[in-house]
Design a protein around this ligand. Structure first.
Ligand code: ING
Length: 323
C-alpha cells in the first residue's frame, strides 16, 4: 500500500507593509481551498507568511518592530485559517514572527508551525540560521536585519509524524546549509518543508544577483538528493515594498528532480504526489548512511566554526619504500 501524500506548495505574492493582516489570511485561505480542490492533504506556506519581510527596514522603536509579531497562536487573526484547514481536513505549515515569554524573558523568533488535520499545532520550529546583520547599514539598498529582530532558534531540527510520513521543518537560510538536510535525514525525516523570503539582490555580492534562482534550486536539489528527502521549497515572491523576492517555489523528489514549480511571482498553488517510500531509492542505496557514511572520518563537522584549528594536521606524503 503506497504512502503517497498529495502535497501543495502555496506560494504567496507580496505582503505589503500596509496590507491588513486579515486580507493576507483571506489570501491564504483561498490558497488552502485551491490546494484542497486539487486533492492536497498537506499545504506548505512561506516564511513570515503573515507579514511583509520587515527585516528589510531599520526600526529602533521596539513597539514598531513588535507590530509584526504574533504573541499567541492561533491568534484571533489566524483562527479562520486554522478553522478552514480543519474543515478541509488539510494539514499545513506556515511561518510567522513569534514573540513569546520564556522564563520571564521576552523572546522573538522567526518561527514555523506544523498544524495537523484536526487543526491542532503538532510542532514548532524556530529558525536556526539567521542571515543578515544587527546594525543599520545605510550603504545597502535595503536592510536584512534578521539578526537584530530575531534570536536564533535553540531547538534542533525534529521530525513530526503525520499522514503516514515523517516531516521536518526548516526556514529560508537554513536551506543553504547542508547540515540542515543531513540532520533531518539522520533523524528519519522523509519530507522537508522550507518556506523562504529571498530577495533577488544580495548587497554584499551583487554580481551574484543573477544566480539567486540557481542557488535556490541548487541547495534544495542537492539537499534532497544527498539525503533522500522530498523537499518542498515555498517562497513569498514578487515586488514587496520596493524589494523583488524570488518565486520559483518547487517540490523536489528524493532523486533531486524538481517535479513541480511555480511560474509566477504571485499567489500560486502547485501540487505533487509525494511517496515517502521513494526515499528508499536513495537511502537504501547510494546514500545508505549505515553502509557507506563514515562520521568518524569527519571530526571537523561536529566542531565549532574554527578556521585554523590547532589540532589540524597534514599527512606528509612519503614515497613508500618499494617492498
Ligand atoms: N533570506 C535569504 C535566504 O537565505 C539571502 C537571505 C538572500 C541569502 C540572498 C543569500 C542570498 O534565502 C532569508 N530570509 O533567509
Amino acid at each position: 500500500m503506497s504512502r503517497e501524500i498529495i502535497i501543495a506548495a502555496a506560494q504567496m505574492g507580496p505582503n505589503l507593509r500596509e496590507a491588513p493582516r486579515e486580507a493576507t489570511v483571506v489570501r491564504m485561505i483561498a490558497l488552502l481551498n485551491k490546494a484542497a480542490a486539487r486533492g492536497a492533504q498537506f499545504v506548505v506556506f512561506p516564511e513570515l507568511a503573515l507579514t511583509t519581510f520587515f527585516p528589510r527596514w531599520f526600526m529602533e522603536k521596539q513597539s514598531e518592530i513588535d507590530a509584526f509579531f504574533e504573541t499567541e497562536m492561533p491568534s484571533p487573526l489566524v483562527e479562520p485559517l486554522f478553522r478552514r484547514a480543519k474543515e478541509l481536513g488539510v494539514a499545513f505549515t506556515f511561518g510567522y514572527a513569534e514573540k513569546t515569554l520564556i522564563n520571564g524573558r521576552i523572546r522573538r523568533f522567526n518561527t514555523s508551525l506544523m498544524v495537523g488535520v484536526a487543526g491542532d499545532i503538532l510542532s514548532r520550529y524556530r529558525k536556526i540560521h539567521l542571515p543578515g546583520h544587527t546594525e543599520h547599514e545605510p550603504w545597502r539598498a535595503f536592510q536584512h536585519l534578521e539578526k537584530r529582530y530575531f534570536e536564533p532558534g535553540e531547538e534542533c531540527y525534529s521530525t513530526t509524524t503525520l499522514l503516514g510520513s515523517k516531516f521536518s521543518m526548516a526556514i529560508c537560510n537554513d536551506r543553504r546549509w547542508p547540515e540542515t538536510y543531513r540532520e533531518m535525514a539522520l533523524r528519519g525525516a522523509e519530507i522537508a518543508t522550507i518556506g523562504y523570503n529571498t530577495p533577488l539582490h544580495y548587497a554584499q555580492t551583487p554580481e551574484h544577483d543573477h544566480l539567486q534562482s540557481f542557488h535556490n534550486h541548487l541547495c534544495m536539489q542537492a539537499g534532497a538528493y544527498q539525503n533522500g528527502l522530498w523537499v518542498i521549497g515555498v517562497g513569498k515572491a514578487g515586488y514587496e515594498d520596493g524589494s523583488w523576492l524570488l518565486g520559483q517555489s518547487c517540490i523536489i523528489a528524493p532523486t533531486g528532480e524538481i517535479v513541480a514549480m511555480t511560474s509566477t511571482v504571485g499567489d500560486e498553488v502547485i501540487t505533487a504526489a509525494c511517496d515517502p517510500d521513494r526515499c528508499a531509492e536513495i537511502r537504501d542505496n547510494i546514500f545508505n548512511f549505515s553502509r557507506h557514511r563514515r562520521p568518524e572520518m569527519y571530526p571537523f563537522l561536529s566542531m565549532k566554526n574554527e578556521t585554523n584549528p590547532t589540532h589540524s594536521y597534514t599527512v606528509s606524503y612519503s614515497k613508500e619504500p618499494s617492498g
